[in-house]
Design a protein around this ligand. Structure first.
Ligand SMILES: [Zn+2]
Length: 328
């Protein structure tokens, strides 16, 4: 296995390529050009990366959990956005997405990490470049060491995404390109796979349907983290024959009707569905059709807008769900 840091290095400030770094407060056309330069450099670096080999773990039985070692997953309440913090049985930490802004990092993500006694993130997964998933990530990078970043490299020209890419580069964080049907190096006690996106989805300008979809298994218990993947990406993943079954499903795209097709739900066959959503959000998430479908499939639904942060803890044999507050 090639160490992540050798896959590629994002150009550092102070090199010739650092000309792509925009000056503070720059806006308008020059800023856009600079953003594009940063993105082109990143994508070029990604394209030169050594592709992750097909998952050798896919055909292996899951590692048997050792007694007393727990996998803890926090679906953090960051309003209308996503941030999922994971502590593995071996004590490694992973953050999948980072809420809307720096305050989500300061008030929610970092306190949760500190409450575990962790002072670093081993893995940061950026499912896709939309604001409600990346807003707090630059702040996280500013305040705690990050072992590696996993991202798609999709081109997206917003100031927030530009700032994040610059933070990754300036902190010299190893970055790994995520594509479907590969394994993600995390904790050997877990089987952690990336199910999507495909190259074709990343090359489109549809950010939601180029979300990184992660499946994580500990013993007999599996989680599926879907970002904002919609029916288009769900269909591609199912078409490619990936095993998507999971007891705990992070319901796609905040419970939007554009995600969670009946075929997807049938294949995942979850017992618990987590919806990360803001109270009275302008999108009407979660949509009633999705809630009805989850109900028809007998899925127990938890919502961050009503119950705050939702915690799932498993020893690899069974799992427990707890909520920050009672349903209102
Ligand atoms: Zn979103």
């Amino acid at each position: 296995m090639i160490p992540a840091r050798r896959i590629f290095a994002i150009p550092r400030r102070g090199t010739a390529r650092a000309d792509a770094r925009p000056s503070e407060g720059t806006d308008g056309g020059a800023g856009v050009v600079q953003v594009l330069l940063v993105l082109v450099l990143l994508v070029a670096a990604l394209a030169c990366g050594v592709p992750t080999p097909p998952s050798p773990t896919a055909t292996l039985p899951p590692t048997a959990p050792a007694a007393g070692e727990l996998l803890t997953v926090l679906f953090l309440d960051v309003g209308q956005g996503d941030a999922t913090l994971i502590r593995s049985p071996g004590g490694q930490t992973m953050l999948i997405d980072g809420g809307n802004g720096a305050s989500d990092a300061d008030d929610v993500i970092l306190p949760a990490l500190q409450a575990w006694g962790s002072d670093r993130l081993d893995v940061m997964v950026i499912t896709h470049p939309d604001q409600d998933h990346i807003g707090g990530l630059s702040r996280v990078i500013e305040l705690v060491p990050v072992g590696k970043v996993v991202l798609t490299g999709q081109v997206h020209t917003t100031q927030t995404y530009e700032r994040l890419l610059i933070a990754i580069r300036d902190n010299e964080l190893p970055a790994v390109r995520a594509r479907g049907e590969t394994s993600l190096d995390f904790d050997p006690a877990l089987t952690t796979s990336i199910l999507g996106p495909t190259d074709a989805l990343v090359e489109s300008d549809d950010t939601n349907n180029a979300s990184i979809v992660v499946r994580m298994t500990y013993g007999a218990i599996t989680f599926l983290f879907t970002g904002d993947a919609e029916e288009t990406e769900e269909t591609v993943i199912l078409r490619d024959g990936a095993d998507v079954q999971a007891q705990v499903l992070k319901v796609g795209h905040h419970g939007s009707r554009s995600s969670t097709s009946p075929d997807w739900l049938q294949a995942v066959s979850p017992e618990v569905g987590i919806i990360s959503v803001g109270e009275d959000n302008p999108y009407g998430h979660p949509h009633p059709e999705v809630l009805d479908l989850l109900s028809q499939f007998g899925v127990r639904v938890y919502r961050t807008d009503r119950q705050g942060t939702i915690t799932v803890v498993t020893d690899g044999t069974s799992y427990q769900v707890s909520t920050e507050r009672d349903d209102e």
